[in-house]
Design a protein around this ligand. Structure first.
Ligand SMILES: NC(=O)NC(NC(N)=O)C(=O)[O-]
Length: 371
């Protein structure tokens, strides 16, 4: 993405991208480029001389110029049931072929509703047939609640490609229908908000900070190369950009010295604070440095706090207690630790002095008062 003032909602968790667990459930047309491209984590690219048997290769979702009645649309399954606070519709490189207008509808589907969705053909050059349309129309997705009305998009030039949209609804959704009018291309779609999963049973061990449990990143000291919210996505990280990576600190001594326990004597550290999806006790932690080989942190420390009825903010005075004392890390590896925390609502992950961590998992039990 280009450096540009981003709306506050883009700091929230993201639920449509493939690394978060978003999926395409249905699309009316994937002729020039399949709908799945909209969910790719990579920055869109344009390769001037790349053509396919269907036309110009495009890094996004692109339908045919419609020569029949109607408009194109798709259904996306979000990574988790979530409240949607905002969207980014990126039309990068779609200039003479961007979707001129779009709208978004949303629904909470049950498993029996999802069973109505026909198997998906992800090939380019494909367009849904009458059979698939009849099947999907049993969902009545054209009647789903409109959360973004018909809105003009701007073309995919550098200055105009990022189309941000704030969303005001406070309801939680599992699926969205993206309508484009009448046809055209969108490079990437991002859906920002807060997960609203069901509370886990009291005897079930869960990753309390996971994006899928409703964990959120509420503050950090540095996110130069990668945002700390990446650390709570499901699954292993794909690459360095899919983790939290800070810049090299400029206050490091010219010549480094070690403490007795092997950790380095360094003046500073970088930190990130997360609200857990549910208050609970953490019993096992995994800190994964996958892909960080010449830039893993020297050590990691994890603390916890119980903030009653409050989100963390810089003004809030809170007492952090130790869950994982400073522990040496190594390159491209999962580091597992046993621990025994009190009931907490937040964790603070600190790395010294700087570097990259791909994932943090905090396995434990949600507070039984919830159940
Ligand atoms: N040059 C193009 O991109 N043409 C067409 N699109 C593709 N992908 O070929 C179009 O007009 O929709």
């Amino acid at each position: 993405m280009i450096e540009k003032k981003m709306p506050a909602f883009t700091e929230l968790s993201e639920f449509a991208s493939i690394s978060a667990g978003g999926e395409v459930a249905f699309s009316t047309d994937d002729f020039f480029a399949p709908c799945e491209n909209m969910l790719l984590d990579t920055e869109p690219v344009f390769i001037a001389d790349k053509f396919t048997e269907f036309g110009k290769w495009m890094d996004g979702w692109e339908t045919r110029r419609k020569r029949t009645a109607g408009h194109d649309w798709c259904i996306l399954k979000l990574a988790s049931k979530c409240v949607i606070k905002g969207l980014l519709v990126d039309t990068a490189y779609f200039t003479g072929n961007f979707a001129p207008k779009y709208s978004i509808q949303a629904a909470r589907l049950k498993p029996e509703d999802e069973a109505l969705i026909p198997a998906r053909d992800t090939k380019m050059g494909s367009a849904c047939g009458r059979y698939e349309l009849d099947e999907i129309e049993r969902l009545k997705s054209d009647k789903w609640e409109e959360i973004v009305p018909v809105t003009a998009l701007r073309p995919g030039y550098e200055e105009t490609r990022l189309n941000f949209q704030k969303v005001l609804s406070d309801e939680a959704w599992t699926h969205i229908r993206v309508n484009i009018y009448p046809d055209g291309g969108i490079a990437r779609l991002r859906v920002y908000g807060e997960a609203r999963p069901e509370p886990p049973p009291r005897d079930q061990i869960v990753d309390l900070v996971s994006l899928l449990s409703g964990g959120t990143c509420q503050g950090y000291s540095n996110a130069h190369y990668g945002h700390p919210r990446n650390m709570i996505k499901p699954g292993k990280s794909q690459c360095m950009a899919d983790g939290w990576e800070t810049a090299r600190r400029l206050d490091r001594p010219e010549v480094l010295e070690a403490n007795e326990d092997g950790t380095l004597k360094v003046p500073g550290e970088e930190w990130a604070i997360f609200k857990l999806g549910f208050p609970g006790r953490i019993q096992r932690i995994c800190v994964d440095t996958a892909h960080f080989k010449g830039n893993f942190p020297d050590s990691v420390k994890i603390e916890g706090a119980y903030l009653r009825h409050a989100d963390w903010c810089p003004q809030l005075k809170c007492t952090w207690s130790n869950i994982l004392r400073p522990s040496k890390l190594s390159a491209h590896k999962e580091h597992w630790y046993d621990c025994d925390s009190d009931v907490i609502t937040h964790i603070r992950v600190s790395m010294a002095p700087d570097g990259g961590i791909s994932r943090v998992r905090t396995f434990g039990y949600a507070d039984s008062e919830l159940n």
